[in-house]
Design a protein around this ligand. Structure first.
Ligand code: EZ4
Ligand code: CO
Length: 402
């Protein structure tokens, strides 16, 4: 039996912060796990370093399911994004090790390819409609078959989802910026600009839109109804999912497909949404939801209700997490789509390998394990620097949902 001899937490910031768990075995196998939680990076790093790493030493790295349950059920405090991101990092590193020992890519260990490649969507955004259409055209130029479109709302300064510079990067400040939000302005404008994007795109290209939990259930129903003719692939996060039953109201009023879950992290957070068929796509990610071991259970459960996967895949999940997502996406029966924002070039100085993008699809690496390596020497050049997402307030100063 091989044993875990070291578990180290590494932090780097090649333009943004990434937290990585490195597990080393007595046989000299190294596994990499992603532990990046945007804006709470150091909390997860401490959770791992102070409370999880010591528990791993001496354990058999082959026993993934057992270690997962030890860290979830065996710990008094369970669930929550910080816990589930920490557990995910361990899980990803152990799958990486298992693949390297077996000399197989992780998707083979999970049952093998259920499709040729993984359909992805990317982001297009603009401060106004002409800028958005330019960005949509650029995404088409790169071959994307599914595009998420977000435009600035006139009169609403700093609308979420609109890029700054070359890359969409809302986590841009050492302390959170304050931005404005105006629901009525958004509801008047969004259906109109999405219509313009729909007309601009070839009909076979899928159009997605992210609402970022900004609406009440009734407002979301109104929005969903107003864009039904556009046949959106989905409207994302129409309202917070803290009350899972509130999606019933949206569902009873509109046939616009619904995706949710990027801020959720366990099967319990989406159980009712799935079992009552209140959503069409579940957006939990490998990195924030307990890794491959837990997310596979969520997707298998969703399969029973014809709910498909649509995992969160922003550039604030590291390339290790993104690689893990693509391995899992390859193997499940109810895969829907995978978000893929891509990374600034500088990120590839630290993370080598990973899935290959071509023509709107990602293909996992055939290298053993997750197929991605972390360059510790390169990583050491990029020191942690705090970066926070903005906070939104309404005209009267009330804090609004993210
Ligand atoms: O804004 O991951 O659908 N994707 C998204 C993301 C989120 C960031 C926040 O950390 O909503 O781009
Ligand atoms: Co989103």
């Amino acid at each position: 039996m091989d044993t875990i001899v070291a578990a180290d937490v590494l932090i780097t910031c090649p333009s943004r912060n990434f937290v990585t768990l490195k597990i080393t075995t007595a046989d000299g196998v190294v596994g990499w796990g992603d532990a990046t939680l945007n804006g709470r990076e150091l909390a997860v790093a401490s959770y791992l370093r102070d409370h999880v790493c010591p528990l791993l030493i001496g354990r058999d790295p082959a026993r993934i399911e057992d270690i997962w349950n030890y860290l979830f059920k065996g710990v008094y405090w369970r669930r929550g994004p910080m816990t589930m991101t920490a557990v995910a990092a361990v899980d990803l590193a152990l799958w990486d090790i298992k693949g390297k020992v077996a000399q197989m890519p992780v998707y083979q260990l999970l049952g093998g390819a259920a499709r040729q490649a993984v359909l992805v969507y990317t982001h297009a955004s603009g401060a106004d409609v002409p800028e958005l259409l330019e960005d949509v055209a650029a995404a088409r130029g790169r071959g994307f078959r599914a595009i998420r479109a977000q435009a600035g709302v006139p009169g609403v300064a700093g609308t979420y989802g609109v890029k700054h510079g070359q890359y969409y990067e809302p986590a841009n400040a050492a302390l959170p910026e304050e931005q404005h939000w105006d629901t009525e302005a958004y509801l008047r404008f969004a259906p109109d600009y999405l219509g313009q994007v729909r007309d601009f795109l070839d009909s076979e290209v899928a159009l997605l839109h992210d609402i970022h939990h900004r609406l009440t259930p009734l407002e979301a129903a109104r929005f969903g109804r107003s864009v039904e003719d556009l046949h959106l692939f989905w409207m994302e996060d129409p309202t917070p999912a803290d009350n899972q039953e509130s999606f019933r109201l949206i569902r009873s009023h509109t046939i616009t497909p619904i995706a949710t879950g990027e801020v959720l992290s366990s099967i319990w957070d989406v159980k009712q949404l799935i079992a009552e068929q209140l959503i069409d796509y579940v957006r939990l990610s490998v990195t924030h939801s307990g890794g491959i071991t837990h997310l596979r259970k969520v997707f298998n459960f969703a399969e029973l209700y014809q709910v498909r996967s649509g995992s969160h895949g922003p550039s604030d999940i590291s390339p290790i997490g993104q690689a893990g997502a693509v391995h899992l996406d390859m193997t499940i029966a109810n895969f829907g789509i995978q978000e893929f924002m891509g990374y600034p070039q500088i990120v590839s100085e630290v993370f080598h390998g990973g899935p290959t993008y071509a023509d709107g699809y990602l293909t996992p690496s055939e290298a053993p394990g997750l197929g991605i390596e972390y360059d510790e020497t390169a990583a050491a050049r990029f020191e942690y620097s705090p970066k926070y997402l903005p906070v939104a307030r309404r005209a009267d100063g009330t804090v609004h949902d993210w």
